[in-house]
Design a protein around this ligand. Sequence first.
Ligand code: DGL
Length: 272
Amino acid sequence: MSPIGVFDSGYGGLTILDGIRQMLPQYDYLYLGDNARAPYGTRSFERVYEFTLQAVKFLFQQGCPLVILACNTASAKALRSIQQLDLPAIDPTRRVLGIIRPTAEVVGSITSSRHVGILATEGTTRSLTYNLEIAKLHPDIVVTGEACPMWVPLVENHEYDSLGADYFVQRHIDHLLARDPMIDTIILGCTHYPLLLDKILKYTPPTVRVIPQGGYVASSLQDYLTRHPDMASRITMGGSVRYLTTEQPSVFNTSATLFLQHEVSAEGISLG
Ligand code: DGL
Protein backbone atom coordinates (compact mmCIF):
# COMPACT_ATOMS: atom_id res chain seq x y z
CA MET A 1 0.00 0.00 0.00
CA SER A 2 1.26 3.48 -0.90
CA PRO A 3 -1.39 5.82 0.49
CA ILE A 4 -1.42 9.62 0.57
CA GLY A 5 -0.32 10.64 4.07
CA VAL A 6 -2.41 13.35 5.73
CA PHE A 7 -0.95 14.86 8.88
CA ASP A 8 -2.37 17.22 11.49
CA SER A 9 -1.60 18.07 15.10
CA GLY A 10 -4.95 16.52 16.00
CA TYR A 11 -8.43 16.46 14.54
CA GLY A 12 -8.48 19.57 12.35
CA GLY A 13 -6.87 17.83 9.38
CA LEU A 14 -9.94 15.64 9.17
CA THR A 15 -11.79 18.61 7.60
CA ILE A 16 -9.08 18.68 4.92
CA LEU A 17 -9.10 14.89 4.46
CA ASP A 18 -12.86 15.08 4.02
CA GLY A 19 -12.52 17.69 1.26
CA ILE A 20 -9.78 15.71 -0.47
CA ARG A 21 -11.69 12.42 -0.35
CA GLN A 22 -14.80 14.04 -1.82
CA MET A 23 -12.76 15.07 -4.86
CA LEU A 24 -10.29 12.15 -5.01
CA PRO A 25 -12.11 9.14 -3.50
CA GLN A 26 -10.14 6.62 -5.54
CA TYR A 27 -6.86 6.87 -3.61
CA ASP A 28 -5.80 5.20 -0.36
CA TYR A 29 -5.21 7.53 2.61
CA LEU A 30 -3.33 7.30 5.89
CA TYR A 31 -4.32 9.97 8.42
CA LEU A 32 -2.06 10.75 11.37
CA GLY A 33 -3.11 13.02 14.25
CA ASP A 34 -0.49 13.91 16.85
CA ASN A 35 -3.26 14.33 19.41
CA ALA A 36 -1.05 13.56 22.40
CA ARG A 37 1.04 16.66 21.68
CA ALA A 38 -1.68 18.98 20.32
CA PRO A 39 -2.28 21.87 20.17
CA TYR A 40 0.63 23.03 18.07
CA GLY A 41 -0.71 26.58 17.70
CA THR A 42 0.97 27.88 20.83
CA ARG A 43 4.23 25.91 20.43
CA SER A 44 7.59 27.31 19.31
CA PHE A 45 8.94 27.05 15.79
CA GLU A 46 11.51 24.45 16.96
CA ARG A 47 8.93 22.14 18.55
CA VAL A 48 6.47 22.31 15.65
CA TYR A 49 9.30 21.59 13.20
CA GLU A 50 10.63 18.68 15.30
CA PHE A 51 7.21 17.07 15.78
CA THR A 52 6.16 17.57 12.17
CA LEU A 53 9.39 16.06 10.85
CA GLN A 54 8.89 13.01 13.08
CA ALA A 55 5.39 12.61 11.67
CA VAL A 56 6.55 12.96 8.06
CA LYS A 57 9.30 10.36 8.57
CA PHE A 58 6.77 8.01 10.16
CA LEU A 59 4.36 8.38 7.24
CA PHE A 60 7.20 7.78 4.78
CA GLN A 61 8.09 4.58 6.67
CA GLN A 62 4.47 3.49 6.26
CA GLY A 63 4.90 3.77 2.50
CA CYS A 64 3.41 7.21 1.73
CA PRO A 65 5.10 8.73 -1.35
CA LEU A 66 3.26 12.02 -0.71
CA VAL A 67 2.37 13.69 2.60
CA ILE A 68 -0.02 16.62 3.01
CA LEU A 69 0.54 18.79 6.07
CA ALA A 70 -3.18 19.34 6.71
CA CYS A 71 -2.39 21.81 9.49
CA ASN A 72 -1.78 25.51 8.93
CA THR A 73 0.53 25.76 11.92
CA ALA A 74 2.75 22.92 10.67
CA SER A 75 2.59 24.31 7.11
CA ALA A 76 3.62 27.74 8.42
CA LYS A 77 6.41 26.61 10.71
CA ALA A 78 7.81 23.35 9.33
CA LEU A 79 7.03 22.93 5.63
CA ARG A 80 9.83 25.03 4.10
CA SER A 81 12.53 23.49 6.33
CA ILE A 82 11.34 19.96 5.61
CA GLN A 83 11.13 20.59 1.87
CA GLN A 84 14.49 22.33 1.62
CA LEU A 85 16.65 20.75 4.34
CA ASP A 86 15.28 17.30 5.13
CA LEU A 87 13.61 15.90 2.04
CA PRO A 88 16.75 15.88 -0.15
CA ALA A 89 18.50 13.74 2.50
CA ILE A 90 15.56 11.48 3.41
CA ASP A 91 14.23 10.70 -0.08
CA PRO A 92 14.19 13.29 -2.87
CA THR A 93 11.54 11.33 -4.79
CA ARG A 94 8.89 11.83 -2.09
CA ARG A 95 6.91 15.02 -1.60
CA VAL A 96 5.51 17.03 1.31
CA LEU A 97 2.87 19.66 0.50
CA GLY A 98 1.23 22.25 2.74
CA ILE A 99 -2.17 23.93 2.74
CA ILE A 100 -1.30 27.63 2.95
CA ARG A 101 -0.08 28.09 -0.62
CA PRO A 102 -3.23 26.60 -2.24
CA THR A 103 -5.38 28.85 -0.06
CA ALA A 104 -3.28 31.93 -0.87
CA GLU A 105 -3.58 31.12 -4.58
CA VAL A 106 -7.39 31.22 -4.72
CA VAL A 107 -7.93 34.34 -2.67
CA GLY A 108 -6.90 36.63 -5.54
CA SER A 109 -9.91 35.58 -7.60
CA ILE A 110 -12.35 35.92 -4.68
CA THR A 111 -11.75 39.33 -3.10
CA SER A 112 -13.07 42.45 -4.84
CA SER A 113 -12.00 45.02 -2.26
CA ARG A 114 -8.47 43.49 -2.19
CA HIS A 115 -8.65 43.46 1.62
CA VAL A 116 -8.48 39.98 3.15
CA GLY A 117 -8.67 38.77 6.76
CA ILE A 118 -7.02 35.60 8.09
CA LEU A 119 -8.35 33.88 11.21
CA ALA A 120 -5.75 31.44 12.54
CA THR A 121 -3.79 30.16 15.51
CA GLU A 122 -1.26 32.33 17.28
CA GLY A 123 1.61 30.40 15.63
CA THR A 124 0.28 30.79 12.09
CA THR A 125 -0.58 34.46 12.62
CA ARG A 126 2.79 35.35 14.10
CA SER A 127 4.69 33.50 11.36
CA LEU A 128 3.12 35.91 8.81
CA THR A 129 3.18 33.03 6.29
CA TYR A 130 -0.21 33.97 4.83
CA ASN A 131 0.90 37.60 4.46
CA LEU A 132 4.10 36.52 2.69
CA GLU A 133 2.48 33.94 0.40
CA ILE A 134 -0.36 36.28 -0.60
CA ALA A 135 2.11 39.16 -1.16
CA LYS A 136 4.12 36.96 -3.55
CA LEU A 137 1.07 35.98 -5.60
CA HIS A 138 -1.18 39.06 -5.27
CA PRO A 139 0.94 42.04 -4.17
CA ASP A 140 -2.06 44.43 -4.25
CA ILE A 141 -3.97 42.57 -1.51
CA VAL A 142 -3.92 43.98 2.04
CA VAL A 143 -3.83 41.10 4.57
CA THR A 144 -4.83 41.38 8.23
CA GLY A 145 -4.24 38.39 10.49
CA GLU A 146 -6.20 37.77 13.68
CA ALA A 147 -5.07 35.13 16.18
CA CYS A 148 -7.95 33.27 17.85
CA PRO A 149 -6.24 31.27 20.61
CA MET A 150 -9.48 30.08 22.23
CA TRP A 151 -11.05 28.62 19.13
CA VAL A 152 -9.09 25.34 18.93
CA PRO A 153 -9.69 24.55 22.63
CA LEU A 154 -13.41 25.28 22.15
CA VAL A 155 -13.55 22.79 19.29
CA GLU A 156 -11.35 20.17 20.98
CA ASN A 157 -13.53 20.35 24.12
CA HIS A 158 -16.71 19.97 22.05
CA GLU A 159 -17.84 23.49 23.01
CA TYR A 160 -18.18 24.74 19.43
CA ASP A 161 -21.95 24.99 19.76
CA SER A 162 -21.99 26.70 23.18
CA LEU A 163 -22.60 30.27 24.36
CA GLY A 164 -18.89 30.44 25.16
CA ALA A 165 -18.18 29.85 21.49
CA ASP A 166 -20.55 32.71 20.57
CA TYR A 167 -18.59 35.04 22.83
CA PHE A 168 -15.14 34.20 21.49
CA VAL A 169 -16.20 33.98 17.84
CA GLN A 170 -17.96 37.35 17.90
CA ARG A 171 -15.04 38.96 19.72
CA HIS A 172 -12.46 38.00 17.09
CA ILE A 173 -14.66 38.68 14.06
CA ASP A 174 -15.55 42.14 15.44
CA HIS A 175 -11.91 42.83 16.22
CA LEU A 176 -10.71 41.74 12.77
CA LEU A 177 -13.33 43.81 10.93
CA ALA A 178 -12.67 46.84 13.17
CA ARG A 179 -8.97 46.63 12.29
CA ASP A 180 -9.79 46.66 8.57
CA PRO A 181 -13.41 47.50 7.67
CA MET A 182 -12.60 47.04 3.96
CA ILE A 183 -12.22 43.26 4.35
CA ASP A 184 -14.60 41.40 2.02
CA THR A 185 -13.04 37.92 2.35
CA ILE A 186 -12.09 35.98 5.47
CA ILE A 187 -9.93 32.85 5.24
CA LEU A 188 -10.38 30.22 7.93
CA GLY A 189 -6.64 29.63 8.30
CA CYS A 190 -6.94 26.81 10.81
CA THR A 191 -8.33 23.40 9.98
CA HIS A 192 -10.38 23.29 13.19
CA TYR A 193 -12.42 26.36 12.34
CA PRO A 194 -14.91 24.78 9.89
CA LEU A 195 -16.57 23.31 13.00
CA LEU A 196 -17.28 26.88 14.13
CA LEU A 197 -18.60 27.89 10.71
CA ASP A 198 -22.23 28.40 11.82
CA LYS A 199 -21.13 30.78 14.58
CA ILE A 200 -18.60 32.51 12.32
CA LEU A 201 -21.30 33.16 9.70
CA LYS A 202 -23.67 34.39 12.42
CA TYR A 203 -21.27 37.21 13.38
CA THR A 204 -19.94 38.04 9.91
CA PRO A 205 -21.83 40.57 7.74
CA PRO A 206 -23.38 38.86 4.69
CA THR A 207 -21.26 41.04 2.40
CA VAL A 208 -18.10 39.32 3.69
CA ARG A 209 -17.22 35.93 2.19
CA VAL A 210 -15.93 33.25 4.58
CA ILE A 211 -13.65 30.60 3.08
CA PRO A 212 -12.93 27.19 4.61
CA GLN A 213 -9.90 25.52 3.00
CA GLY A 214 -10.90 21.88 2.37
CA GLY A 215 -12.29 22.27 -1.16
CA TYR A 216 -9.43 24.48 -2.35
CA VAL A 217 -6.76 22.16 -0.96
CA ALA A 218 -8.50 19.27 -2.72
CA SER A 219 -8.59 21.07 -6.10
CA SER A 220 -4.97 22.01 -5.72
CA LEU A 221 -3.99 18.40 -4.96
CA GLN A 222 -5.99 17.17 -7.93
CA ASP A 223 -4.19 19.68 -10.11
CA TYR A 224 -0.81 18.65 -8.65
CA LEU A 225 -1.44 14.96 -9.38
CA THR A 226 -2.51 15.78 -12.94
CA ARG A 227 0.72 17.73 -13.47
CA HIS A 228 2.80 14.95 -11.82
CA PRO A 229 1.56 11.65 -13.25
CA ASP A 230 4.75 9.97 -11.99
CA MET A 231 3.64 10.74 -8.42
CA ALA A 232 -0.02 9.89 -9.11
CA SER A 233 1.01 6.45 -10.41
CA ARG A 234 2.86 5.69 -7.16
CA ILE A 235 -0.28 6.11 -5.01
CA THR A 236 -2.41 3.01 -4.58
CA MET A 237 -6.07 3.19 -5.53
CA GLY A 238 -8.17 1.19 -3.11
CA GLY A 239 -10.32 4.02 -1.72
CA SER A 240 -9.32 3.07 1.84
CA VAL A 241 -8.57 5.28 4.89
CA ARG A 242 -6.60 4.29 7.98
CA TYR A 243 -6.50 6.57 11.01
CA LEU A 244 -3.50 6.73 13.34
CA THR A 245 -3.24 8.76 16.53
CA THR A 246 -0.62 9.35 19.20
CA GLU A 247 -3.45 9.46 21.80
CA GLN A 248 -5.67 6.68 23.06
CA PRO A 249 -7.59 5.43 19.99
CA SER A 250 -10.91 5.47 21.88
CA VAL A 251 -10.45 9.19 22.66
CA PHE A 252 -9.61 9.91 19.02
CA ASN A 253 -12.57 7.88 17.74
CA THR A 254 -15.09 9.88 19.80
CA SER A 255 -13.88 13.29 18.65
CA ALA A 256 -13.07 12.27 15.08
CA THR A 257 -16.68 11.19 14.67
CA LEU A 258 -17.79 14.77 15.38
CA PHE A 259 -15.46 16.11 12.68
CA LEU A 260 -16.38 13.55 10.03
CA GLN A 261 -20.03 12.79 10.90
CA HIS A 262 -19.29 9.07 10.66
CA GLU A 263 -17.60 6.53 12.93
CA VAL A 264 -13.89 5.82 12.68
CA SER A 265 -11.66 3.24 14.28
CA ALA A 266 -8.11 4.50 14.86
CA GLU A 267 -4.89 2.72 15.77
CA GLY A 268 -2.51 4.13 18.39
CA ILE A 269 1.13 4.83 17.53
CA SER A 270 3.97 6.80 19.14
CA LEU A 271 6.28 9.34 17.55
CA GLY A 272 9.73 10.46 18.62
N1 DGL B 1 -5.19 22.39 13.03
C1 DGL B 1 -4.17 23.35 13.32
C2 DGL B 1 -4.08 24.42 12.23
O1 DGL B 1 -4.65 24.30 11.20
C3 DGL B 1 -4.33 24.04 14.64
C4 DGL B 1 -4.49 23.16 15.81
C5 DGL B 1 -3.38 23.27 16.79
O2 DGL B 1 -3.14 24.36 17.36
O3 DGL B 1 -2.74 22.24 17.00
O4 DGL B 1 -3.42 25.40 12.40
